[in-house]
Design a protein around this ligand. Structure first.
Ligand SMILES: O=P(O)(O)OC[C@H]1O[C@H](OP(=O)(O)OP(=O)(O)O)[C@H](O)[C@@H]1O
Ligand SMILES: Nc1ncnc2[nH]cnc12
Length: 216
């Protein structure tokens, strides 16, 4: 009986400490969930941080300019924390980013996940032996290539492909084919923006699971 006397004396303090601890745990849980699953207002915030420039680079093109997201530190941090939370359990070996805007998000994510980054470059930029794939753009044609030894010598390395946006899906389709040619395990393709007006995402889904943060 004597040894439980402190419970009687300090019961108010104990209840207060317990309530504060429960509130703290609740706050931590809310923060973690917020990072993992973007709320509508976060998506809205990210969408609003991207500038639209009409008729660039050609008349009729509604250009989504992600530089305004990048120079907004809160938007960039929100996006990268979300991607880190999502992909940290995927057990990835590499993030492969598509030239040029995919390099920004891909390299930032790779360092957060503490894994390697592989550039999928436009033709003629990589110095060592490459494999190459041609594709059609929303406005023209291009070719991408990747170093033959990009994913080290062992097969089945777990790779995430990333780019800023998927429109026709041509660029990402070519990049995905390159990664598969190198016998790596392409786990998912990730885009910051999916243009829902074109079937690029669903075309790509025939090849690999696709995740897009924002739908336009
Ligand atoms: O789904 P798609 O129709 O293939 O289009 C999407 C691609 O187009 C853009 O790159 P772009 O070729 O304009 O090159 P850049 O990043 O060097 O500007 C964008 O960054 C994607 O890579
Ligand atoms: N509409 C668009 N905005 C930004 N980048 C693009 N690449 C291809 N189409 C694009």
């Amino acid at each position: 009986m004597y040894k439980y006397n402190f419970l009687l004396i300090y019961h108010r303090e104990i209840i207060i400490i317990w309530l504060e601890y429960a509130t703290f745990l609740n706050v931590v849980e809310v923060i973690l969930n917020k990072i993992k699953f973007l709320e509508d207002k976060d998506r809205e915030f990210l969408l609003n941080s991207i500038r639209t420039v009409e008729d660039f680079p050609k008349p009729g093109i509604s250009f989504k300019d992600i530089t305004t997201l990048l120079n907004n530190k809160d938007a960039f941090e929100l996006l990268m924390s979300h991607l880190e939370e999502k992909y940290k359990s995927y057990n990835l070996d590499y993030v492969a980013g598509i030239d040029a805007r995919g390099f920004i998000f891909g390299a930032a994510l790779a360092t957060r996940l503490k894994i390697g980054f592989v550039p999928v470059r436009k033709k003629g930029k990589l110095p060592s032996t490459t494999v190459c794939e041609k594709y059609e753009l929303e406005y023209g044609f291009d070719e991408v290539e990747i170093h033959l030894d990009a994913f080290s010598t062992t097969q089945n390395k777990r790779v995430l492909l990333i780019d800023d946006l998927v429109v026709s899906g041509g660029t990402a389709f070519a990049a995905a084919n390159l990664i598969k040619k190198l016998e790596a395990n392409l786990v998912e393709a990730c885009f910051i923006i999916n243009f829902t007006i074109l079937p690029g995402k669903s075309k790509l889904e025939q090849l690999v699971p696709v995740y897009s943060v924002l739908e336009i």
